[in-house]
Write a protein that binds this ligand. Sequence first.
Ligand code: BGC
Length: 423
Amino acid sequence: MTLRTRGTRLFVATTALAGLLAGPALAADQPTVEVLHWWTSGGEAAAARALKQDFEAHGGKWVDAPVAGGGGDAAMTVLRSRVLAGDPPGAVQLKGPAIANWAEEGVLADLDPVAKAENWNAKIPPVLQTVLKPEGDYVAVPVNIHRVNWLWVNPAVLAKVGAEVPKNWDEFNATADKLKAAGIVPIAHGGQPWQDATIFEAVVLGIGGADFYREAIVEGNEKALTSDTMVKVFDQMRKIRGYVDPNFSGREWNLSTAMVINGQAAMQIMGDWAKGEFSAAGKVPGKDYLCAEVPGNLAYSLNSDSFAMFKVKDKNAQAGQQLLAKLIMGDKFQEEFNLLKGSIPASTVVDLSKFDACAQKSKADLEATQKDNALVLSFAHKMALPGNVEGAIVDVVTQHFNSNMSSADAVKKLAEAVKLAKG
Ligand code: BGC
């Protein structure tokens, strides 16, 4: 054996030994994150996969913890029990005042170092910054901006009754009446409290406008809550109740979107995560379906998903959190994720040239409503109110939707419930 071969052998042997020693150590030193989220529909899962793949491509280990249930109520229940058990997931889909609540509990990790290094202040719109740094430091990172008050339309179905996208509530009701008379389901809806609340929010904005929404819903002003405008809102909710099919109760939102996609129903009032379903089904906006604003006043109800990182002790889990936070605000991720999710990027520096007409409209309306002071945070999607006040409103809306309660009784109940919740 020559010296050279011996040397090579020795090298191979030492590397193998080092490999044996370093192998497990390397594996153990992998940034790891357990992600609790509620993205389980077709479009949502595709978007979540994009995040997972980006994380894995950067050497991370992703532990998926999905909790099914649109709107996230079930996921929040799981989160509470995990935190109480002293075993919080590393990253959690969280938003609105819940971020501030968990921050107050002292259980959220500080994301300020990565925020500073990545210059988040220059990329995140001020309306979101307030939510993401409730005590001055970033404790959550935003993935998107969803608009809630959209009307999704199947134009071929409307054409069957010679109708076009309704521009005001009279047209909306007249079109829905025609559809119903023709044996077509006018509104695809799933009877779950958060979905009822999603429609209610859109109707409050459409009929009352952004200032009314702020007064009645955000401030809980009794006069506004019992006003004629709110009576009209409940009148319209009653009309809409008459436009849903008999099997609406308990249906998941994405199955309602599928009804519009398949032509079983004409329209759906839902946030633009519905667009993720149209995209996943290969449908093209402007051709197979239309995205329009809900009739009435122009307003933008904003809902933004973000991830908060819960304090964890494990070094790899901490490294995973920092890596995930950094990737989420990256231009590549913000583009890829939002193309699939139906939303627009939360980062203002991302170019929208690959996005469709609905996303362009979302961005344009966001800017226009910001100027006109008609941009509001969605209460139905946990952005605007403390949980108990939100719950009080949602309960009344759902009770009204599922009974024969009059609008006059509904506004009275609403005002009482809000007053009680606010204490
Ligand atoms: C979330 C969306 C999600 C939708 C339906 C909303 O509250 O912000 O990301 O797609 O609920 O689950």
